[in-house]
Write a protein that binds this ligand. Structure first.
Ligand SMILES: C[S@@+](CC[C@H](N)C(=O)[O-])C[C@H]1O[C@@H](n2cnc3c(N)ncnc32)[C@H](O)[C@@H]1O
Length: 269
């Protein structure tokens, strides 16, 4: 490993299992989209990806940028590979998208910011497919269905914004150097490019799941009067004893519409 010591603070667990690398390549969507990778690390996955498509990779670690520049000097010179030395979350802050044009995100993500990265990619209007390695526990939240104990705001956001969401396969700790403490999974999300969610809806979801094991009606009392909650629940046929994970994504969306309409009505007086 090019004399580079993995840095814990950047979530560096380098993938060393060739079968897993090939599995990710096989999962690549067959389309004309551009490719973006986050955290190319030592470039093992990048090396395979760049054979198929032109791509951009975002890497925060200065030491790795040096390794990658020399490893991919030909691809960089011929513009097939663009290497951006930047914290990817800052890149998103600056421009709202990681690429001007439709792209797919393929990455072995740094786990300490994996959830944030997926939420940003779901919001990025140019990103169509998300194929990422993350902790299995987090992947399960993104694909969870109503009534499952893992069903949370992440599952709701993902259901409302995607047409397909799956775990492709699990990856054991031994497939990495150094080995992480947890089992990982490859998460696959295909977005519905016509959909988006407002920040206000996400705030509403946050309130709904503020105490995940309490009743939804109790959590909603931080936002609404008791009478209003009862009115909305009865209109949508939601049992007042339901816990947040027992209500479907579609009902959350309908509930939010009613809350918003109620706010608009009261502001009109
Ligand atoms: C789990 S490693 C994956 C490395 C490599 N792709 C592989 O599969 O072996 C995560 C990578 O993300 C990089 N990284 C960590 N935080 C980042 C950030 N905020 N922005 C961009 N890259 C980041 C790390 O330096 C590291 O290269």
């Amino acid at each position: 490993m090019e004399n580079i010591k993995a840095k814990k603070k950047y979530g560096q667990n380098f993938l060393i299992d060739k079968a897993v690398l090939n599995g990710i390549i096989q999962a690549m969507p067959n389309n004309n989209n551009y490719l973006v990778e986050i955290g190319p690390g030592l470039g093992d996955l990048t090396e395979k990806l760049v054979k198929y498509k032109d791509m951009t990779a975002y890497e925060v670690d200065t030491d790795l940028i040096g390794v990658l520049r020399s490893k991919f000097q030909d691809e960089i010179a011929s513009n097939r590979f663009k290497l951006v030395h930047k914290d990817v979350l800052q890149a998103w802050e600056g421009q709202n998208t990681l690429h001007e044009g439709k792209y797919d995100l393929i990455a072995n993500l740094p786990y300490y910011i994996a959830t944030n990265i997926i939420l940003r990619a779901l919001e990025d209007a140019n990103c169509e497919h998300i194929i990422v390695m993350i902790q299995k526990e987090v992947a399960q939240k993104f694909i969870a269905k109503v009534n499952e104990k893992e069903f949370s705001s992440l599952g709701i956001i993902s259901q409302l914004l995607t047409t397909d969401s799956r775990i492709l396969f699990d990856v054991p700790p031994e497939s990495f150097n150094p080995a992480p403490k947890v089992v990982s999974s490859i998460l696959y999300l295909r977005k519905d490019m016509t959909k988006s969610l407002s920040d206000d809806f996400k705030k509403f979801l946050k309130a709904c799941f503020s105490q995940p094991r309490k009743k939804l009606s109790k959590n909603l009392s931080s936002l609404l009067e008791k009478a209003e909650i009862s009115k909305i629940f009865s209109a949508l046929n939601i049992d007042e004893n339901k816990r947040p994970h027992e209500v479907s994504a579609s009902l959350y969306s309908q509930m939010y519409t009613k809350v918003k309409n109620g706010r608009e009505e009261s502001s009109r007086g």
